[in-house]
Design a protein around this ligand. Structure first.
Ligand SMILES: [Zn+2]
Length: 223
């Protein structure tokens, strides 16, 4: 686990005495780079596996958010095996305002946004582990729509979906899986080539759009 704060907690009096309840009132974001270790994910190119791109995007998004003073926790900072259960434990411990799960694919077009396919349920004191996300489905859909707006604003096509995807169904925070896919043709010109997911400029655009959405989300949060 890697915790990065927008400010230095060690110089904040009483910071060590923070309780879980107090953490819940801080705006923080969890980023989960999907796959890792022996779980390579998709083979995006000869040289690049999905696990690697997901981690690169996670690192980029973390530093972009940290530069805006947003507290970020990542589930992994290295190429390691991390079971869904462990990812959910890390995320749920933070009581985060947003959980972003990062995937990549060589098929499809633009960015695919997934929210849990669980039917929405109202929050109860003890959420069943397998369906914990049900209490957050409505908020997750709002978060997804915020990210959708930011990507659309950046002229990146978006496909919205609901799916069963671990660890998302176990997360007790508003959660969206963001899957980056090739960008199709850059323009209507017939000779233009699709932009691959390996394109650094495209990756940067996607990261900036997610960060912009989270900044918006922060403004609405707590009101
Ligand atoms: Zn994946």
């Amino acid at each position: 686990m890697f915790v990065l704060s927008g400010f230095d907690l060690s110089h904040t009096p009483g910071a060590c005495a923070q309780t879980h309840a107090e953490l819940a009132h801080q705006f923080s974001v969890v980023i989960d780079a999907a796959h890792g270790g022996t779980d390579t994910g998709a083979h995006l190119t000869e040289q690049l596996d999905e696990k690697e791109l997901a981690l690169n995007l996670s690192v980029e998004l973390r530093s972009t958010l940290a530069a805006r003073g947003i507290q970020v926790t990542t589930t992994r900072e290295m190429d390691v095996n991390l079971p869904p259960l462990r990812r959910a434990e890390i995320a749920n411990h933070r009581a985060a305002a947003a959980c972003i799960v990062l995937h990549a694919t060589a098929s499809g077009h633009g960015v695919h946004l997934f929210t849990s396919s669980l039917p929405p349920a109202s929050a109860v004191a003890f959420l069943p582990w397998d369906t914990a996300q049900a209490a957050y489905v409505q908020t997750s859909l709002r978060l997804s729509s915020e990210i959708n707006s930011a990507l659309t604003h950046a002229e990146i096509p978006v496909t919205l979906g609901r799916t069963f995807l671990l660890p998302m169904d176990n997360l007790t925070c508003p959660s969206v899986a963001v899957e980056i896919a090739p960008l199709g043709r850059a323009s209507a010109k017939s000779d233009s080539q699709p932009v691959p997911v390996t394109d650094p400029g495209y990756q940067q655009q996607v990261v900036s759009a997610i960060a912009a959405a989270i900044v918006e989300w922060q403004q609405d949060w707590g009101h």
